[in-house]
Design a binder for this molecule. Structure first.
Ligand code: NAD
Ligand code: MLT
Length: 526
């Protein structure tokens, strides 16, 4: 019989069905060493957010077939290590959506009506009715950053409360936003015009510190901010100062960069309401998230595919020889297209030409989409779930096949249609290496090898500009191993692609952006 280890608290009732198929051991609160010592006996591991499933624990889990995360974020699981070891990782993307949205809403109402402070005051023997005059949320503007599962649910609730809804999420279609009565705006517009701002985005390199002093300064006086997504999205020190100056009227925080957290600097302010990561802490959410995960474990034990797998790529056996090398091509094309795309995505077109057109393209399509999605979602996209994630966002994917192609044996082209235009990226295989041959109007040839760090700079062709960028990388001790320049005409639109030994840090990228005639500077890894 299969053996399952449950290392974080789950409702016992949810485990009943699983016990019919396997021996289930519940050992919560184990240290990393203890876990490493016992994991070798188990076929499945089920966690919530506390257990850190690191590469060495995965390595020690010699029999592990599946890891289940009873929640959304898989940031506590080393996905690459699991995928490398062929371990299926599954999560529950929607099990706690309602609870997280309701908690965010409860925090917003508590801020609007001073409920925690009024409760404390009354219980300390005071009757202070005038001190706790609040504000209605009706007809106020709520700004929702991140319109995935939780953000969309918050929008539905806000609509019911007669609020005006502003939303920002680069990966949602205009149709879906319209259906939810959300006016999509830029992040800056959202910050400037909202009475309440609520975050529902993952913590990624691109979202860490999303709200800092600059963003707080542009907000309305007295704005109230809610974060029940992930710690690290807001700069705590800047928020504390904005609360102390009165710029921010109140903040409600459910999540912290390091958890458990009992001594945040934010606790100094009585305008802060704090809860210990309770977004998903309802009986219903825990039951549903556990059930979604346990059902998948039973399916996998029974040889069926997992419904919400976050890894596990699949290639049809007869297409392996041709398709497998194009995975790196598809990955690079997806990453580049998602970086170059601006505005809301409406449609993605994937074109397979030459030898590619003759095979099942499902796996490549999934690879392109997961590469695009992985830049923006913590709900780790993989070849298994990317198509569904894109469909859920109301984005159309069109595939086109063309038998013949000049100059190449096979060519894969990604077109990303957004509200701001079309981004086109074409790539191929040559000499057993992936080659990117087109980015928008630029025909070029470079190898997106996975070991390199890449800097893409759109600029105006003119003397001295390459040197100016090189000076910044040089001063930062970043070594350039290769450089490519493409331009449309002399002194016209140009693109510089640098392959670097070291990664360009955000402050260096910002310095490059300050140079005259630079349109964009994008750091990428493949
Ligand atoms: P989701 O993946 O469905 O949605 C996340 C959305 O964020 C996506 O639509 C994505 O396009 C968008 N996004 C990514 N980067 C963005 C950016 N820079 N600006 C704007 N939008 C961006 O995830 P979800 O289920 O809605 O959860 C949202 C977050 O809340 C996750 O971090 C999740 O882990 C967290 N969460 C917390 C609790 C809790 O207990 N407090 C419970 C559930 C979820
Ligand atoms: C999640 O990512 O699902 C939430 O943070 C809740 C949890 O960790 O259980």
């Amino acid at each position: 019989m299969k053996k399952v280890l449950v290392s974080d608290p789950l409702p016992d009732s949810a485990l009943t069905e699983l016990r019919r198929y396997s021996i289930v051991d519940v050992k919560t609160g184990a240290s990393a060493n203890e876990l490493r010592a016992i994991i070798g006996e188990y076929d499945a591991l089920i966690v919530r957010s506390q257990t850190q499933v690191t590469a060495d624990i995965i390595e020690a889990g010699k029999k592990l077939q599946i890891i289940g995360r009873a929640g959304v974020g898989v940031d506590n699981i080393d996905l690459d290590a699991a995928t490398e070891r062929g371990i299926i990782v599954v999560n529950s993307p929607t099990g706690n959506t309602t609870s997280a949205a309701e908690h965010s809403f409860a925090l917003m109402m508590a801020l609007a009506r001073h409920i925690p402070n009024a409760n404390a005051s009354l219980k300390s023997g005071k009757w202070e009715r005038s001190k706790f005059v609040g504000s209605e949320v009706r007809h106020k503007t709520i700004g929702i950053v991140g319109l995935g599962n939780v953000g969309a649910e918050v929008a539905r609730m806000a609509l019911g409360m007669d609020m005006n809804i502003l939303g920002y999420d680069p990966f949602i279609s205009a149709d879906k936003a319209e259906r939810l009565h959300i006016k999509t705006v830029t992040l800056e517009e959202l910050f400037k015009n909202s009475d309440f701002i609520t975050l529902h985005i993952p913590l990624l390199d691109s979202t860490r510190g999303l709200i800092g002093k600059k963003q707080l300064d542009m907000m309305k006086d007295g704005v109230r901010i809610i974060n029940a997504a992930r710690g690290g999205l807001i700069d705590d020190q800047a928020l504390l100062e904005a609360l102390q100056s009165g710029k921010v009227g109140g903040a409600a925080i459910d999540v912290f960069e390091v958890e458990p957290c009992t001594d945040s600097i934010l606790f100094q302010s009585d305008k802060v309401i704090a809860t210990p990561h309770l977004g998903a802490s309802t009986k219903e959410a825990q039951d549903m998230a556990s059930t979604q995960v346990l059902d998948q474990i039973i399916d996998v034990f029974n040889g069926k595919p997992a419904r919400f797998s976050v890894n596990a790529p699949r290639v049809p056996a007869d297409a392996m020889a041709v398709i497998t090398p194009y995975f790196t091509v598809a990955n690079a094309a997806g990453i580049i297209a998602s970086h170059f795309g601006k505005g809301q995505v409406k449609e993605i077109v994937i074109k397979y030409e030459g030898e590619l057109s003759k095979h099942d393209s499902k796996a490549l399509k999934a690879m392109v989409l997961s590469a695009m999605l992985n830049r923006i979602t913590e709900e780790k996209a993989s070849t298994v779930n990317a198509e569904k994630m894109v469909a859920n966002r109301g984005i159309k994917v069109i595939e086109q096949k063309v038998d013949e192609v000049d100059d190449y044996e096979g060519l894969l082209t990604v077109e990303m249609h957004t509200t701001e235009g079309i981004v086109t990226v074409s790539a191929t295989m040559m000499r057993n290496e992936p080659h990117v041959v087109r980015i928008n109007d630029f025909w070029l040839d470079f190898v997106p090898q996975s070991s390199g760090n890449f800097l893409f700079v759109e600029h105006k062709d003119q003397p001295g500009l390459v040197g100016a960028v090189g000076r910044i990388t040089g001063e930062s001790n970043i070594n350039i191993s290769h450089m490519l320049l493409a331009r449309l005409e002399p002194r016209g639109r140009a693109l510089m692609i640098m392959t670097l030994d070291e990664i360009v840090a955000e402050d260096q990228r910002q310095r490059i952006l300050q140079l005259p005639d630079i349109k964009s500077a994008m750091s990428m890894k493949f």
